[in-house]
Design a protein around this ligand. Structure first.
Ligand SMILES: [Zn+2]
Length: 54
């Protein structure tokens, strides 16, 4: 099982079971604003970087 990226909005682990590999990872939290939205797992959040290290 691959490591599922977490949704940056709700922190819940994403899933690919909703739409399949065509959409990639999606938030599965229906209460989240990012529900059904594609989550960019390999894309760093530019501008919101907490800083070097952690
Ligand atoms: Zn979410």
């Amino acid at each position: 099982m691959p490591d599922a990226p977490t949704c940056p909005t709700c922190g819940q682990p994403a899933t690919t079971a909703l739409a399949g590999p065509e959409h990639g990872w999606e938030c599965r939290n229906e209460a989240c604003a990012e529900f059904g939205q594609a989550i960019s797992a390999a894309e760093p959040a530019s501008g919101t970087d907490p800083g070097p290290g952690r």
